[in-house]
Write a protein of this length. Structure first.
Length: 94
């Protein structure tokens, strides 16, 4: 499993943190956080632990399986749940 920088960014923004304020809370450099979010750097486990702690989630929530393809990740992101919690996929505009 490797960090999913876009998921880290999404969770950070949903939590209401700006880049610098979040970096300070996680005790890391803002430039380093930016590179992590853009997928240019892979953080050490202790950094991932601090990021997850500030976000109030598990490290696994911020990682993706290396074998998962871009198409599978996109499909997962596009999936929506109906009122009963069943996963449904939006119709395609072909």
């Amino acid at each position: 499993m490797q960090p999913d920088g876009s998921e880290i960014r999404r969770q950070r923004e949903l939590s209401g943190y700006g880049l610098r304020r979040f970096a300070n809370a996680a005790q890391i450099n803002a430039g380093y956080l930016s590179r992590i979010e853009r997928g240019l750097r892979s953080p050490q486990p202790e950094v991932m632990a601090r990021i997850a702690d500030v976000l109030g989630c598990r490290i696994a929530d911020l990682q993706r399986d290396r074998t998962e393809t871009n198409d599978e990740r996109d499909e997962h992101r596009l999936a929506v749940h109906d009122d009963e919690g069943t996963r449904r996929h939006p119709p395609h505009d072909d």
